[in-house]
Design a protein around this ligand. Structure first.
Ligand code: 5GP
Length: 171
């Protein structure tokens, strides 16, 4: 079962710097911490922070969501917590993909409780057709149809994360 390309390396390489400039322009001045959600966002995070032309502290949250292999249950387990305090920071939460929105809702509540100066969300991919809870998405790389995608950090059973493009696997 070979993944079929959906978003090319070239399209990603063009979009990420545009997101970085938009973030630098729209976020208020002051200390900025990017929080990448592991594992799916690790490649996007690495490219995105290099495209934000201002000081950015980098931190990560390890997250596991229970449920069927390709669908979240909304029950989120934090497998690795933040290493830096985010109180008073402008926080940019960096996600790989927002599907039902349940994971993001949980993470936003978790981060908001720690007193950031502001909290924004940047996601590489958005699957709006499957949303179950409303979540704010301030910066979106690409909107995609309701397909299971892999590559550029995203996996299927830990496979395909290192593909340099986003692809669809037929389930
Ligand atoms: P949500 O809570 O929004 O339904 O799902 C968020 C998480 O589900 C993502 O961070 C990701 O881990 C996983 N997920 C949702 N859709 C996909 C997909 O198409 N491909 C992959 N690899 N993971 C997905």
């Amino acid at each position: 079962m070979q993944p079929r390309p959906l978003i090319s390396t070239q399209d990603i390489a063009a979009r990420v710097p545009a997101l970085g400039s938009e973030i630098a322009t729209r976020l208020a001045d002051g200390p900025l911490t990017a929080v990448g959600v592991l594992r799916g966002a690790f490649i996007f995070m690495a490219d995105l922070v290099r495209a934000i032309p201002r000081d950015v502290r980098c931190d990560f949250l390890g997250v596991r969501s229970y449920g069927a292999a390709t669908e979240t249950s909304g029950v989120v387990q934090i497998t690795s917590d933040l290493g830096l305090p985010i109180s008073g920071q402008h926080v940019l939460l960096v996600e790989d993909i927002v599907d039902t929105g349940l994971t993001l809702r949980y993470l936003l509540d978790l981060l908001q409780a720690q007193g950031p100066a502001s909290l924004h969300v940047c996601t590489l991919l958005n699957k709006p057709s499957r949303r179950r809870v409303e979540v704010p998405l301030h910066f979106v790389g690409f909107e995609i149809p309701d397909r299971f995608v892999v590559g550029y950090g995203l996996d299927a059973a830990q496979k395909y994360r290192n593909l340099p493009y986003v692809a669809v696997v037929d389930e």
